[in-house]
Design a protein around this ligand. Structure first.
Ligand code: ZN
Length: 201
C-alpha cells in the first residue's frame, strides 16, 4: 500500500509501547506530511541519545555522563539508599519530593523464568556500595508484584548481613501496581508510611 520506506517507518514506530498499526501509520503520516522539521529533530535526537546515553556508574540510572546528576550532587543524604526497578521510578520518587537520599536502579527484577539473576540487576555493585558508603537505611522500593517482592527479599538479606536497616515502601501503593503510574501524593504517603523489613544492628 505504501512505498517500502514508508512501510519501514511505520514498522519502526511500532516498537513503541502501546503503538499499534493504526497509530504508527498516523504518526508516520503526521511526520512526513505536516512536520518535517520535528521529524528531523526527532531522528537526530534519537540517534544521539541511543549513541550517548548509558548507565551511571554509581546508581545505574540512564545518563550520558559517567555519574548522573543525583549521584554527583553533594546535597543528597548519603545515609539512605533507595533501590528501584527502573529510571522512571527514580523520576516518580523525585517528583513526589519527600526523599533526599541516594538511589540504585536495578533495571528490572529477579525473574528465573526469563533468566534474570542478581548479576543482571547489578546486585554486586549494590553490595559494593553498601560496603563502601555510610548507608544506614536501605529503602527497597521495588514494585509490589510477586517478582518485585522476591527481589526485595533478596536485597534485604544482603543489607541485613551487613547490619543495615531495611525498609519497604508500604501503604498507598496498590497491590500488583507499578510505581511509575502512581500519583505523587500517593507515592509520598507510601514513602512516609514505610515499615521495617529487617532492623539493622
Ligand atoms: Zn547515578
Amino acid at each position: 500500500m505504501f512505498s517500502p520506506l514508508i512501510e519501514e517507518l511505520i514498522r519502526a514506530l511500532r516498537c513503541l509501547p502501546g503503538v499499534g498499526p493504526k497509530s504508527a501509520q498516523r504518526m508516520a503520516m503526521y511526520l512526513l506530511e505536516r512536520d518535517r522539521d520535528a521529524a528531523g529533530l526527532l531522528a537526530r535526537t534519537l540517534e544521539q541519545a541511543v549513541e550517548k546515553v548509558g548507565r551511571c556508574t554509581q546508581c545505574r540510572t540512564l545518563t550520558e555522563q559517567e555519574r548522573c546528576a543525583l549521584c554527583a550532587s553533594t546535597r543528597r543524604d548519603d545515609s539512605s539508599l533507595c533501590v528501584v526497578e527502573t529510571p522512571a521510578d527514580v523520576l516518580a520518587i523525585e517528583q513526589a519530593g519527600n526523599y533526599h537520599g541516594r538511589y540504585f536502579v536495578l533495571h528490572g527484577h529477579l525473574s528465573p523464568i526469563d533468566g534474570v539473576g542478581p548479576a543482571d540487576l547489578g546486585i554486586d555493585l549494590l553490595e559494593q556500595r553498601l560496603d563502601r558508603e555510610p548507608v544506614q537505611e536501605l529503602i527497597v522500593a521495588t514494585n509490589p508484584t510477586v517478582e518485585g517482592e522476591a527481589t526485595a527479599q533478596f536485597i534485604a538479606e544482603r543489607a541485613r548481613d551487613r547490619g543495615i536497616a531495611v525498609t519497604r515502601i508500604a501503604h498507598g501503593v496498590p497491590i500488583g501496581g507499578e510505581l511509575e503510574y502512581i500519583d505523587g501524593g500517593t507515592l509520598a504517603h507510601a514513602f512516609n508510611s514505610r515499615t521495617a523489613f529487617f532492623s539493622g544492628n
